[in-house]
Structures are given as C-alpha cells and as structure tokens.
Design a binder for this molecule. Structure first.
Ligand SMILES: *Cc1c(COP(=O)(O)O)cnc(C)c1O
Length: 231
C-alpha cells in the first residue's frame, strides 16, 4: 500500500511542478511519520525517501536511534523548551519556531552541541486560535530578534493551513506566506535566507507547490490514517 501511495503522491507532485513551471528538484517531499512504526518508515525508505517529519521530540529520538543515520529528521510540531535538547542534535531542520524564548533555547543548546541549527519561522497566516505561530505582521520583528543568536540560521517560513474541504480555499494562505518571504528577503537581514517555504499537507500540497512550496509535509497520503489511540 505504501508503495502505491508514494507513487500517487510523486505523480501529483510532478503534475503540480509541471503546471506551475517548476522543477521537481525544487520541492522536497517530507514523509510525516508521526505515530507510525519504524517498520513502515523502512518501507518508505525503500522507495528512496530520506526526509521524515515528526512532531514529538521523544518519538523522533527513538526513531533516530533505531534507523540509519543518513535520514533527515524534520521537527514539525510545537516544541517545548525543555524538549529542545532532544531535537537539536538530531533534526536537520526545525520548522516550528514561533517565539524568541524558544529560539534562545535552541541557540543555547546548539552552542553547547557546537552545531548550527537551521530553523523556519512558523506563521499562523490564517490567524486561527487553535494554531501556534506568529501572525504575518509580527513575523519580520521576530526574525530580526532571532537572527543575531549564535548557533541558528533562519532559512525560511512554515505554515499549517486551515483544514478545508476544497484545497483551492487555501491558495490565498500559501500565496500570503510566499509574499511574506519575498518581502523579508528583500530586507537582506544578516544570517537570514528565505530559501525554504514549508507548506502543504495531504489535503492541499499540490496547491501549495503551485504557490511556491519548497517542502511539502505529507503524512496520511503516504502512511494512511493515523490511529492515535492504539499507538
Ligand atoms: C501531521 C502533520 C502533517 C501531515 O498531515 P497529513 O494531513 O497527514 O498529511 C503536516 N504538517 C504538520 C505540522 C503536522 O503536524
């Protein structure tokens, strides 16, 4: 099943790239493996995927330890400061930074581990109460505060779009995030690049790609439904 699911996702990514005149190489597919067992991750690895997304530090740590070290682990979930120590040495990218306090904690841990950690700023574009992230108007000020911290590199923006029936409804959300990135890039802030736009999930990744996503985070579309109660 996983093999067929991945083929389908790959086909849709290619179509979205073609439709928007982008190269397939400009989009990284992150397989969101949260709640899923190591055996399923291995099946996905057999299809050549090395980017995996997790939202719980402890779960990422356990999977990191039981799988080959060439995998790239993306922290995509809300991160508590006391869990930062598990994530910093293992994540290739932290997508969910939304406060100066969290960035400071990542910075201190990165300095202790002698690493530079790439991060994205999570933006709550649609300003949903249920979601983490800074608002669009707050984003530049936060980035200016975070940019000088040692051991960090701001690489772009991430958003979790609203749950919608029709993916087209999220197009304006993705467009807003891209415009915000272009705007911030034009300010040429030291230690800040806006190379990555992490946006699009199972329900709307094609639209996100058409609007400029460089990373899409797909869970259900690859692994099937999540069943939190039995994991
Ligand atoms: C769970 C999750 C995803 C994947 O969601 P699907 O709808 O299963 O593709 C993507 N991004 C974040 C931040 C998530 O928590």
């Amino acid at each position: 099943m996983i093999k067929e699911n991945l083929a389908e996702v790959e086909e849709r990514i290619r179509n979205a790239c073609k439709k928007s005149g982008r190269s397939r190489d400009d989009v990284t597919l992150i397989a969101v493996s949260k709640t899923k067992p190591v055996s399923m991750i291995q099946e996905v690895m057999e299809e050549g995927i090395i980017d995996f997304g997790e939202n719980k530090p402890q779960e990422m740590k356990e999977k990191y330890e039981s799988l080959p070290k060439n995998l790239r682990w993306h922290m995509i979930g809300h991160l508590q400061r006391n869990k930062v120590k598990y994530v910093v040495p293992r994540a290739c990218l932290i997508h969910s930074v939304d406060s100066l306090r969290l960035a400071e904690e990542i910075s201190s841990q990165a300095v202790r581990d002698e690493l530079t950690v790439p991060i994205l700023i999570e933006v709550n574009v649609a300003e949903e109460d249920s979601k983490y992230g800074v608002t669009v108007p707050e984003t530049e000020a936060l980035i200016r505060q975070i940019a000088p911290l040692p051991g960090l590199a701001v690489r772009g923006l991430m958003t979790i779009a609203p749950f919608v029936e029709n993916a087209e409804d999220n197009r304006p959300v993705f467009e807003k995030l891209r415009k915000l990135a272009v705007d911030i890039k034009s300010k040429s802030i030291d230690n800040v690049t806006m190379c990555e736009l992490s946006m699009g999930m199972t329900g709307d990744y094609q639209v996100a790609i058409e609007e400029g996503a460089t990373m899409v985070r797909v869970g259900t579309g690859i692994f099937g439904e999540r069943h939190y109660t039995i994991e």
